[in-house]
Design a protein around this ligand. Structure first.
Ligand SMILES: Cc1cc2nc3c(=O)[nH]c(=O)nc-3n(C[C@H](O)[C@H](O)[C@H](O)COP(=O)(O)O)c2cc1C
Length: 388
């Protein structure tokens, strides 16, 4: 058994170590949610309530976890969700995460708010790389970003719709978090206690929103830049705006951040090729339902053939199995990839993917379920069983 495996057998061990390596302001930004963080907890708690019934009188073969999305064969039904400002949470973490996804042949979605450019990152993610777009207010900027993504070789565009404006998160306000980071006494104190992070920062430089800075006013002060970045978002996506993006993007288009089944159906009618059921990891609306609780309703509304994906609170291969049993074709994880690289180093994401694959296979083997598509039949609903 490898040393890494012994020290970090699962995500909670990676998270515990990462906690001691990431400065408080960056840790709060990554792990935090909005308000009282009920939505963050609900994502995880609702998942843990999902039970399976194992069946041992079976001739189950070795579980097969490979899948295909948009005709592309992938080694596993889970991938990397877009995480903005990843380079602040762990400087230089974006390339090793993308390379691990490519090495393992699982999907990688790059954020608009990445701290490396979409062009550079495509050289790391290769054929498994998708690009996530926050539709900017400015039409010319939108057209240019869509064009850049196409020229860089992305085939799939993920349009995130659940940030209509700048989000107020208490911890970030208290920490004075800004982009690029404003190194005041408070931030410097946090950073001084995390030498690994500081060394990485010295090697990789101060993180910036690399995909957006080309559009920022030249010679802008930090404050002006921050205001500009805030003004880039700040809008709901109307059907009209969505159609414009659909018309401009020649490849497959996925909508991320939908919870309401009716809205999911509307996006599909407007030309989306798939939906990611998500509440942005509990970072936008504290009273929102968990992703897992809405997933079966979205699946039911869109029917068996629609591409339905999900994220939110997934922390093990068992959780991935739960999401698939409830109707997901593919499952994304956000924060755990940062935990893995902060705890372990650049080999962390490869290890994390290994762990998740083993846990997923182990779950299916224990259930006696050889195929992902059969997981639904192993769901156990205690209430129904009692009244049967
Ligand atoms: C620090 C952080 C930054 C994020 N940035 C983005 C982003 O730029 N674009 C986006 O579509 N989603 C973003 N998300 C949401 C994730 O893509 C994903 O929906 C969420 O993290 C899933 O929950 P999990 O972290 O519990 O796995 C971010 C999430 C976190 C934690």
């Amino acid at each position: 058994m490898s040393r890494i495996n012994k020290r970090f057998p699962s995500i909670p061990h990676m998270k515990a170590k990462a906690r001691w390596r990431i400065p408080g302001f960056a840790w709060d930004y990554m792990t935090g949610g909005i308000g009282l963080e009920d939505n963050v907890r609900r994502n995880a708690d609702d998942l843990q309530k999902i039970q399976f019934m194992p069946r041992y009188l079976s001739e189950a073969q070795q579980p097969d976890v490979a899948t295909a999305i948009f005709g592309q064969t992938l080694a596993a039904p889970f991938g990397v969700a877009p995480v903005g400002l990843a380079g602040l949470q762990w400087p230089g973490c974006e390339p090793p995460i993308a390379s691990a996804a490519r090495q393992h042949n699982i999907l990688h979605v790059l954020s608009t708010h990445a701290t490396q450019s979409l062009e550079t990152m495509k050289t790391h993610s290769g054929p498994v790389g998708w690009f996530q777009l926050y539709p900017p207010r400015d039409a010319a900027m939108e057209t240019d970003m869509i064009d850049r993504a196409r020229r860089a070789g992305y085939d799939v565009l993920v349009v995130t719709v659940d940030i209509p404006g700048v989000t107020r998160r208490d911890k970030d306000i208290r920490n004075g978090l800004s982009v690029p980071p404003n190194f005041d006494a408070h931030t410097v104190l946090h950073a001084a206690m995390r030498p690994h992070w500081l060394l990485r920062l010295a090697r990789h430089g101060i993180p910036h929103f690399e995909n957006l800075t080309p559009y920022a006013p030249k010679g802008a002060t930090t404050k002006e830049l921050y205001d500009f970045l805030g003004s880039v978002l700040s809008n709901h996506i109307t059907a009209e705006r969505f159609r414009q993006i659909r018309d401009q993007w020649p490849g497959k288009l996925v909508v991320k951040g939908v919870l309401d089944p009716e809205e999911a159906a509307t996006y599909m009618a407007l030309g989306a090729d798939g939906i990611i059921v998500s509440n942005h990891g509990g970072r936008q609306l504290d009273a929102a339902p968990s992703s897992v609780s809405m997933l079966p309703h979205v699946r039911k509304r869109l029917g068996p053939d629609a591409l339905v994906m999900v994220d939110g609170g997934v922390r093990s291969g068992l959780d991935i199995a739960r999401m698939i049993a409830l109707g997901a074709d593919y499952v994304f994880l956000g924060r755990p990839f940062i935990f893995s690289v902060a705890a372990i180093g650049d080999d962390g994401p490869v290890h994390l993917i290994d762990v998740l694959k083993q846990e997923l296979r182990g779950t299916m083997w224990q259930l006696g379920c050889p195929r992902l598509g059969d997981l639904h039949g192993f769901l156990h609903q205690p209430e129904k069983a009692r009244h049967a």
